[in-house]
Design a protein. Structure first.
Length: 398
């Protein structure tokens, strides 16, 4: 009986070791990949994340980002009609054997329709039509794409066209594509919903979304984009959500559609099985009260200008400590949203991430008489505190 128990224990330990990987990486074989948590931006797995490779149609994520931003800023309207020029006609020779929306010369098509054709069917003709409308020509539009890249801080990306057909001077990395995808989903959540649409009909031609993983039922995948050219091989970026965790997986340089799909599913399954994400602070919610001098109130509400998340392994307890630092002695007046300090997450007494703290309310000054008395008292208090702190330092040094 004891031997049987011992065997069961050994088998259990072996299974435990298999199910909880010791390495951050998972064995798959594209040229480059990355797996990132959407909310915390924590990288869970990677291989050559900064290797510059051809993006293929992942380029269209940036094209769509610009369209979305222009609509948001009311520079263009979804209902604007675009006159199709000869260079965006689907019969343009540069489009031969590539993905198309099948738009015709001299048609007038709404921006919204072109945008969907670009996203769902990966229409290269739709991209050129959009660039003609926004920037008059491809060169001006690609300059705009590269300006947006700098704003988003894509450090290893350069665009030479809006559609992704091969150009040796057009490149990106899996890290940059993950960053761009996260920005798109966060900044334009309504626009992002287009990416999960499975079919698109235009000119009586019904086409399916190039992202086969939208039909995969074991993981809730709701985007985002695929790409393929001779230079790029097979690329994909996928986003999936499970409970309160959303993961972004990017695969660059796979050998086939089958491979990129298998790699994506492996990464996502591994990520969801081994990690979870938790919100530890909410945007504009009071996380602390700080003392304030000279104000009509003695305490000030302190919070953050964004939600803060942490991602951690499911089998490990979180041991993060929190360190608060107020930059200066707080004195009224203090204004709402004024930066007054920072909050840092520590692990094993090492700083991991820091976030700025802000005032959540306005604090006005006391009336003149109260202000004068408290001002005198405050300076006496600061003087004594400084002496006390110097004495402590002297004692510690001894």
């Amino acid at each position: 009986m004891k031997k049987i128990k011992k065997i069961i224990l050994i088998i259990s330990l072996l299974l435990l070791n298999i199910s909880i990987p010791k390495s951050k990486n998972i064995k798959i074989n594209p040229e480059s990949y990355i797996l990132v948590d959407f909310y915390s931006n924590k990288i869970l797995a990677k291989k050559n994340p900064d290797l510059k490779l051809a993006p293929a149609s992942l380029t269209k994520i940036m094209t769509n980002y610009i369209v979305s931003d222009y609509i948001k800023k009311k520079k263009i309207n979804k209902k604007d009609l675009v006159l199709i020029k000869e260079n965006s006609w689907y019969k343009n020779p540069i489009f031969k054997n590539s993905s198309l929306m099948f738009i015709k010369k001299n048609q007038k098509i709404k921006i919204d329709k072109l945008n969907k054709g670009m996203i769902i069917t990966s229409g290269n003709d739709a991209c050129i039509a959009i660039t003609n409308y926004i920037s008059d020509n491809e060169e001006k539009f690609t300059n705009l794409m590269n300006k947006y890249s700098k704003i988003i801080n894509l450090k290893n990306t350069n665009f030479k066209n809006s559609h992704g057909l091969d150009n040796i001077n057009q490149y990106t990395t899996s890290r940059d594509i993950a960053k761009l995808s996260i920005k798109l989903i966060k900044n334009f959540p309504k626009e992002y919903k287009i990416y999960k649409k499975k079919f698109f009909i235009f000119n009586n031609i019904k086409q399916k979304n190039r992202n086969d993983l939208l039909w995969y039922k074991k993981i809730n995948i709701d985007g985002i984009k695929t790409g393929h050219t001779d230079l790029a091989k097979y690329n994909i970026v996928v986003s999936a959500k499970k409970k309160k965790t959303r993961l972004i997986a990017v695969i660059l340089g796979a050998e086939s559609i089958k491979d990129r799909n298998i790699y994506s599913k492996k990464l996502l399954k591994w990520g969801f099985n081994n990690f979870k994400t938790k919100k530890i602070f909410s945007k504009n919610k009071t996380i602390r009260y700080e003392n304030i001098w000279l104000g009509k109130e003695n305490k000030i509400k302190v919070g953050l200008n964004k939600n803060i998340y942490i991602t951690f392994k499911k089998n490990k307890k979180q041991k993060n400590k929190i360190h608060y630092k107020i930059f200066n002695i707080l004195k009224a007046p203090i204004y709402k949203n004024q930066i007054i300090g920072k909050i840092c997450l520590l692990k094993k007494n090492k700083f991991q991430k820091c976030f700025l703290l802000k005032s959540l309310t306005d604090i006005e000054t006391k009336n003149k008489i109260q202000y004068i008395f408290e001002y005198i008292y405050m300076n006496i208090y600061i003087f004594i505190s400084n002496i006390f702190n110097k004495l402590i330092k002297i004692i510690k040094n001894e």
